[in-house]
Design a protein around this ligand. Sequence first.
Ligand code: C5P
Length: 241
Amino acid sequence: MTESPAKSVKCWGVIPAAGSGSRMAADVPKQYLQVAGATVLEHSLNALLRCDFIERVLVAISPGDKRAGELPALAGPRVLLVEGGEQRSDSVLAALVALHRLASPQDWVLVHDAARPCVAPGDISELARQVIDSGIGGILATPIVDTVKRSGDDKRVVETLARERLWCAQTPQMFRLGVLRAALEDANSKGLAVTDEASAMELYGEAVQLVQGSPDNLKVTLPQDLHLAEYYLSGQRSSSQ
Ligand code: C5P
């Protein structure tokens, strides 16, 4: 179990797991693929559950999803299932609406993609510690190591971006429940597509701090990502034995 960063503050988890994972081109959505002895979703969920400062975790699944009911980890006392939506942000919003019945708007929520099974519980705790200490919401992220190009529609380079201040956003992303819900609803009402919680918060005028995570916390997207995930998860298992 990972220690609580601050016992007086309530934190909740949300896992959007209602995607179809079309880029994986598998028979089942990528969150249900097996890796290192469990499904991708179970690894992601267990990483949050190992953080004992997280009260409960709401998992958003597709309407009609029959696989979730077959996973024992999803039947645990700290897990609640909710119905997700068409886009990732709809799934997160559905979980936040359900969470509002249990939690206060001032409580913190950690949103973590089902597709990131290798996140280290120590990195989740460090994110929570920094966010709670500063009172400013934040996300795990890694500094960009490659040289980054921006292209036009014709795939020709328009410019090379200075990489010193560029980061890859990961999850978990941690914000207060009330303002996160308001920010996502605001983006929705304006028809703005947001692919993470931080984007919605930025558009809403809120500060977002970056907490350096690990490149191991990859998002399983393409078939080859499963091999890497297997490698990282096996490494985590042997270092915890
Ligand atoms: O497709 P992508 O990898 O960006 O999805 C990120 C996460 O959002 C995945 O865990 C996926 O299951 C979830 N998602 C969702 N509802 C959607 C689309 C994606 O919960 N409608």
